[in-house]
Design a binder for this molecule. Structure first.
Ligand code: XMP
Length: 524
């Protein structure tokens, strides 16, 4: 087995809190801080100075946000956070909030500065810029601007349209930048964040994701005591890594149930079962319930209805296994990761969970208590933990795959024949991609979709009226936004030829060239 039970001790750690003012950038900031090897967490921008004090963070970063500080109802921060003696970096909206709270003027609609801009460092004594180049490219996205630094602040950088592009008051530990250091278009953005963390705050880069394993293991031991724990494995990375962590903590008191809903890709159920058998040995219960899911889905075409049926059937199957074989179990492991948790209202600004993301699906019904050992981790960090725990690449490097499986890629009714047709086409996409090593490494997912319309074609001497297949491939860092992958034309050509030649009933292949937003990655 790749995972050995352990008894490590938890260690304290320095934490940076990222105050979320509503832009999608808060997550990115938190990730960048962790890349600089300092632990970070996202909290709502409305957190009070007292609440912050209780958490004892080493620094605060105020994120950007879409609002104008003058807009009625715009998110505010507790002005006392600037008097806590905890260093603060304000970014974009956060920079303006800080300036406003400390008595400086923020002028509304002063500029329209969006995209790449040239920044000039105007102070040699700047802590944030230090030895970074005096002229650099930064990414801007604002129309309001700080007109002059608040009392006591030095203006350290400007752009042609923004006089106070950066300001600082090192004696009070307060720093503000109008641009976005967290985005890759800001050439020295990560260097600047590191200077804030290491030079301005005095932190050391000593956190790494693997160090979370010991504390997570200890937290699981403490939470579950002598009880038994069950984990529903989907075949995805998150549930596998969560199970491996719990296994490391409590060994054979963990039982894993792999529900094969029959909606996986070609050969996947067998492969997943084999990998999990290697990891969890006799503690794995595989359940092949494809027929039950298919009959529950018979004749259903509405996407939400399909999801509900799949969710309910999953619970029925899982519950039955638990009742029949695991009746003394008290805890359920879930592979909830940090972005799921924030999105479901756990951390920063509650955006409301999408109905299809399965946070908190099982426990109400089953009265099991939740164990969520990955709740602090981003996806790439989960992968690293998984590798460190000895999980094989075939699990770790799998593309994210939706819980309801191929059902969200078949428009219209789901039947055994239509599933087989989609599997055939999808296998060709996977095989052809696997042959290439010249593809964009940000490729997030690539798959086939059965859109369910027929069109006229000609094959041999005859006219056909066949199904179409859509090929979808996207690049993304976290699936929140995505772009269509610029796959080489010869690759698309091979995929298309093979699909129409090898998959009976298909006479047309389309490539989806839509980004997210406005489209989503999946089709239903
Ligand atoms: P969308 O389609 O919302 O997908 O752009 C974003 C990411 O989430 C995955 N996805 C799902 N995952 N259950 C899941 O566990 C679902 O119902 C579901 N729908 C979409 C999708 O594959 C992509 O990675």
């Amino acid at each position: 087995m790749g995972v050995k039970p352990s008894t490590a001790k938890r260690s304290g750690r320095d934490t940076v809190l990222v105050l979320d003012f509503g832009a999608q950038y808060a997550q990115l900031i938190a990730r960048r801080v962790r890349e600089a090897r300092v632990f970070s967490e996202i909290v709502p921008g409305s957190i009070s100075a007292r609440q912050i004090e209780r958490r004892k963070p080493k620094a605060l970063i105020l994120s950007g946000g879409p609002a104008s500080v003058y807009q009625p109802g715009a998110p505010e921060c507790d002005p006392e956070i600037f008097d806590l003696g905890i260093p603060v970096l304000g970014i974009c909206y956060g920079h303006q909030l800080m300036a406003q709270a400390l008595g400086a003027e923020v002028e509304r609609g002063r500029v329209e500065e969006y995209g790449r801009t040239h920044l000039t460092v105007v102070s040699e004594a700047s802590v944030l810029f230090g030895d970074l180049p005096a002229r650099q490219s930064v990414w801007m996205s604002h129309s309001d601007a700080v007109v002059e630094g608040p009392k006591g602040f030095d203006v350290t950088a400007s752009t042609p349209h923004t006089p106070v592009a950066a300001m600082e008051y090192p004696e009070r530990g307060l720093y503000g930048v109008q641009f976005h250091p967290e985005v890759s278009h800001t050439t020295h953005g990560q260097d600047l964040l590191k200077r804030f963390l290491y030079k301005a705050v005095g932190l050391r880069p000593n956190w790494n994701v693997v160090s979370i394993i010991d504390s997570a293991v200890e937290a699981v031991e403490k939470q579950v005591g002598d009880a038994s724990v069950v984990c529903a494995l989907s075949g995805g990375v998150d549930s596998a890594v969560a199970a491996a962590l719990v296994y490391k903590a409590i060994g054979s008191r963990l039982t894993c149930v792999f529900v094969d809903h029959g909606l996986l890709r070609e050969g996947e159920a067998r492969q997943v079962e084999r990998s999990f058998r290697d990891l969890f040995g006799r503690n794995l219960i595989p359940v092949h319930a494809g027929e039950q899911f298919l009959s529950a889905l018979e004749g259903v075409t509405d996407p939400e209805e399909k999801r509900k049926i799949i969710g309910k059937t999953f619970i029925d199957v899982f519950e039955k296994v638990c009742q029949e074989q695991l009746d003394d179990t008290q805890f359920l492991v879930q592979g909830t990761i940090y972005p799921d948790w924030i999105e479901s209202g756990g951390g920063g600004k509650a955006a409301g969970i999408k109905s299809h993301h399965n946070v908190g699906g099982l426990p109400d019904v089953m009265k099991l208590k939740l164990v969520e050992p990955l709740r602090e981790l981003f996806k790439d960090e989960v992968r690293r933990v998984g590798t460190d725990l000895g999980l094989p690449d075939e699990i770790i490097m799998r593309q994210p795959f939706p819980g309801p499986g191929l059902a969200v890629r078949i428009l219209g009714p789901i039947t055994g024949e239509r599933l087989a047709l989609l599997r055939g086409a999808d296998l060709i996409v996977q095989e052809e991609l696997a042959k290439r090593d010249d593809l964009d490494e940000d490729l997030w997912q690539a798959f086939a979709v059965l859109p369910g319309f027929r069109s006229v074609g000609v094959q041999g001497d005859g006219r056909t009226y066949g199904e179409a297949i859509v090929v979808r491939a996207v690049t993304s860092l976290d699936a929140m936004t995505a772009d269509w992958a610029r796959l080489p034309h010869d690759l698309l050509d091979t995929i298309s030829r093979r699909i129409v030649n090898e998959v009976r009933g298909v006479n047309r292949v389309l490539y989806d060239v839509t980004s997210k937003p406005p489209a989503t990655i999946e089709y239903e």
